[in-house]
Design a protein around this ligand. Structure first.
Ligand code: ADP
Ligand code: MG
Length: 494
């Protein structure tokens, strides 16, 4: 367990400081064409009950058949979480009644899950990182959906989701702040997307979290937890934790007990409220599903999947830092979403000299491109500037054809109008002046008309900035800044 709580992360109560303890159960929908035990489609948004096989509708006599693609995805996810892969696991029936569950039980894994202990490294805004332990990952079926708003007196059932494969990823109670919990979910989602095992779309319900929260005096024994069910955005996870921790502290400081219970998060009010207490907790009567044999595979099967895993964010980040001397922060920004990392790598692939200009390219992707995309509210997929165009702009800076300042103008032109950056530099006369004679002439002129300033600069060398500004202005921003600096220094005797 981490002991990474700083005093500033504790909550001040009337009786002293309190520490929050958080553990998450994340439900991630497996990316696969068909369901966990049937061939019906998993496509989102179909007509109600259009993706339902007889198995999903639990018709009598139907038998589940395991979908190997889902097993592969769970094993790959386990490997991405650096977790123990269990070569033998068991599917159990979790029995309960609800109208969206025609079988009367959910097929899940209880005592013998497919994936055991692992870990996720989570980088925080502060620059620190924490390691969150993974307790287990198991496979289970999703249920159907009830529609209450279609008819005045009746509810309808849509079984399209019934039987879709979910991975439940259970963390250890290793998080101590809402920021850590949010960063953990973001990192987990990023790993799943790199792996292609879950699309991570929280709005469509592909990823949702049960949030377990307790509080304790710093370093004391774990407190009683409450579980907030089905929170479906990262922001709400943070809000639910903040609210719930303060609610529990209030009760404890008034001398009351915390009842272990299941709660709901009300996003409108920003509150959690009780759903059911532990006493009302279901007894699910788990037992191994007699329709399914234990799931067994060989170590060779796991090794083959491991050999084909894509490079994951931590490894990519380390490589960017090593090969292109990026700062950990910049590398972290680039790898945090797979699309951003892919874009940066596409730029690298087009650069004339990636070893020299890789770092410059990272600055351009992060500051200019992401900045511009944010301003217009676009995602990277909708970027009007392609990786090839951005690489061409970086090349032009790298080989000193244009200055960084001119490059910003060029970027804006490419953003607005498109076009080949190298050709634009020619046709619009944007080339940098590196002709030393030409620059020297401008420098001489400016010194000649400002003799007073030229005299002062010897006592106040910082004034050289003013001269640089004048020269750049009179060259229309096209003078090579390094050359301007060098010539000014020698002419002004600095
Ligand atoms: P259950 O099966 O009843 O949900 P688990 O022991 O599997 O119980 O725990 C579920 C989740 O609750 C895990 O993510 C775990 O990290 C978290 N958890 C366990 N104890 C605590 C606690 N005292 N405070 C906060 N979270 C906890
Ligand atoms: Mg639970």
């Amino acid at each position: 367990m981490n002991a990474t709580v700083k005093p500033s992360q504790l909550i001040k109560g009337a009786t002293g400081d309190w520490e929050i303890v958080i553990g998450l159960e994340v439900h991630a929908q497996v990316t696969s064409n068909s369901k966990l035990f049937s061939g019906a489609s998993t496509e989102f948004g179909g007509e109600p009950n259009s993706h339902v096989s007889l198995v999903d509708a639990a018709m009598p006599g139907m038998l589940p058949v395991i979908n190997e693609a889902c097993i592969r995805q769970a094993v790959r996810t386990g490997l991405g979480l650096k977790a123990q892969i269990n070569l033998r696991s068991v599917f159990d029936r979790k029995n309960y009644f609800y109208p969206d569950l025609p079988q009367g039980y959910q097929i899940s894994q209880y005592k013998s899950p497919i994936v055991g202990e692992g870990e996720v490294i989570v980088d925080l805004d502060s620059g620190d990182s924490i390691t969150v332990g993974i307790e287990r990952l198991h496979l289970e079926q999703d249920a159907g959906k009830l529609l209450h708003d279609q008819h005045a007196t009746m509810s309808f059932v849509d079984l399209n989701r019934s039987g879709v494969a979910l991975m439940e990823i259970v963390s250890k109670p290793d998080m101590r702040t809402s920021e850590q919990a949010k960063a953990y979910v973001a990192k987990l989602r990023s790993i799943l997307r790199y792996l292609g095992t879950c699309d991570g779309d929280m709005e469509k319900g592909s990823l949702r979290a049960d949030v377990n929260v307790s509080v304790r005096k710093p370093g004391g024994p774990l407190g009683t937890r409450c579980e907030i069910k089905n929170v479906n955005s990262i922001r709400f996870i943070g809000q639910a934790i903040e609210y719930e921790a303060r609610r529990q502290i209030g009760i404890l400081e008034d001398g009351g007990p915390i009842d272990q219970e299941t709660r709901l998060f009300d996003a409108v009010k920003g509150e959690t409220r009780s759903m059911r207490s532990k006493e009302e907790a279901h007894d699910y009567r788990y037992f191994p599903d007699p329709d399914l044999l234990p799931l067994e595979f060989s170590q060779a099967y796991v090794d083959a999947l491991k050999a084909e895993l894509p490079e994951l964010p931590d490894a990519k980040k380390a490589r960017f830092i090593r090969d292109f001397a990026l700062s950990p922060d910049d590398a972290g920004v680039l790898v945090s979403e797979r699309e951003s990392a892919d874009f940066y790598e596409a730029v690298l692939g087009k650069l004339a000299n990636a070893a020299r200009d890789g770092k410059l390219a990272a600055n351009w992707v992060i500051n200019e491109l992401f900045g511009r995309l944010n301003k217009d509210g676009h995602g990277i997929a909708a970027s009007p500037v392609s990786a090839a165009q951005l690489a061409a702009i970086v090349d032009l800076i790298g080989d000193a054809t244009i200055s960084g300042k001119i490059a910003k103008d060029l970027f804006e032109i490419v953003w607005q109008e498109g076009g080949d950056p190298r050709a634009l530099v020619e046709t619009r006369g944007m080339k940098q002046v590196t002709d030393l004679g030409a620059i020297e002439k401008v420098v001489d002129d400016i010194i000649a008309v400002n003799p007073d300033k030229a005299a002062q600069v010897r006592d106040k060398p910082a004034m050289i900035g003013w001269f640089v500004g004048q020269v750049m202005k009179s060259s229309g921003g096209k003078a090579n800044p390094q050359a301007v600096n060098d010539i000014l220094k020698s002419k002004l005797g600095l």
